[in-house]
Unconditional design. Sequence first.
Length: 405
Amino acid sequence: MSNATVSHPAADLSSQAGEFYDATAAWFATHWLQILIAAGAGIVLFLALHFVKSLGARLCARDTSHTGWGTVFGRALAKTNNFFIAMAAAQIVVSVAQFAQAPAGIVAVVHFLFTIAAVFQGAIWAREIILGAIEHRTSAADYHGETLTNAMGLIRLFVSFALFAIALVLVLGNLGVNVTGLIAGLGVGGIAIGLAAQSIFADLFAAIAIIFDRPFKRGDAITFDKSAGTVEYIGMRSTRVRGAAGEARIIGNKKLLDFEIVNNTQREYRRVIFTLGLVQTTPVEVMEKIPDMLKDIVEDHEGTFVRAGFVAFGAQSYDLELQFDAPSAAFQDMFDLRHSVGLAIIQRFNDDGIALAYPTQTGLSAEEAGMIQPKRPRKIKDSNETIAKPPSSGDRSASDQEGGV
């Protein structure tokens, strides 16, 4: 058996600690002035970061809505961790003290702790700003704070998981750990979760798209596919639309965005199109005067005339088209104007002997066809009496009550 002395782990640790203490003491004794300067810089940074943290709390207090950008950034600043503040100050001290040849052990320990604190503090700041931005949009005045409120817990979980996973990978990478396997594992896990809850995520992201793109909001009258109604609620998975007949239509957010959506509330006017089929014995001279006649009728009923003219040869008619606009987006206004203008056209055509075609077969001789003469047109003010509006419920909404597009 060898007589060599076997080293004890406790003795080695005690010896290393003693050497570290002696080196540190010698360093303090030799470079005390530079160390005091470094400590002063660290104290200044420590106080400055605490001031920034308190400034965040004051920004939150000033924002009475509690959802403005002042609250968003103020809440992020208020989440500044005391451990990060301490390690940032220590890092400044060590950085300044390196000019005084600080011991390598102290520099390595402080740098390691500061890296951990800075990475995770950055993740906390990013999480608060991202979540604050989403809440700012969902709580805007035109959303009344109801949109995605129930989904915020799930969104917070996803955002926190993603940011802190990235922070963990960065810390391990700085420590020299091979993070390739960890990244691959996180990727596989994310794919598995995404496939398992694919429909949920699709509707959730569609809801977020509705928030940021704003194709409509609660209270808007919309038309999609073959349905129409007023938006009552925008949720995490679905949107509820109240139809014109009182029914509640519930549709997934993703499916809703797959359709072309017409926002009737954002209309400036509503357009009405009439196709007038004249009998094929109508003289050209009469047809030439009809567009001006239609324009006078529309303008006398306070509509906005767009155009009128010949459009097609029908199977049993000459087709003319009239386009005019109601002055507002309210469906009832368009309905009343369409009723009044339509009856005025019928009245004027009857007075002037202009016949509208209908499916029939009539045999006429050339002599009989030549005897048909249009009556002399009257002035619009003489023949266009005021047309009474039809009775209605007085509904002034912009909701499309005639179904889809």
